[in-house]
Design a protein around this ligand. Sequence first.
Ligand code: C5P
Length: 210
Amino acid sequence: MIIAVDGPAAAGKGTLAKRLATHFDFALLDTGRLYRAVGHLVVDAGGNPAKKDDALRAAQLLNPGQIKSDDLYTEIVADAASQVAAIPAVRQVLLDFQRDFARTPPGGKAGAVLDGRDIGTVVCPNANIKLFITARPEIRAKRRHKELQEKGLESKYPAVLAEIEARDERDRTREVSPLKAGDAWKIDTSDKTPDTVFEMVRTYIEDRSS
Ligand code: C5P
């Protein structure tokens, strides 16, 4: 069983994916972490995330420990992630890892939840369940701003909104694997609580699998 959760930045994909994985006891892969880890490696090495050679070298060097790093949630890394993510060769390197995870979930789990931008369209087009989670940009920026403040990190709402909008624009307009809903069920979470979204999706999945 594969559940694909796609959508723009800070729409609530991560929260939903985590809850679904816990509820169904499935393995969880936040694929944004892969691109963030590559972006982080490039920036750390003093490279240019928009340059194919720098980004590809980092993607080839990536190891599982780097994906778990706590340093992946800065604006610089988010921006670098969306730059390396626009390079087809980088996406190709990360594709096999994602497909293997979906096909053979670690820990012998019966299913996998993957969240990202192109899971239902490119990585797992045959996923059993495809969701596209979205929300208005101001709402997403407000949530991300609050989340950063709660973590004790410095955050200014206008800067967060600008960063999210720039990243979405790059993710939507890139030639390779652009962010789009495709045939996924589109849910706008702007006026919904995380509990409501989870319950809607849980019922949908349980109805379809019974
Ligand atoms: O989801 P998150 O904000 O962590 O993703 C960081 C960046 O990684 C995105 O802005 C996007 O450019 C890229 N990404 C992607 N495909 C995915 C997951 C993330 O291109 N499946």
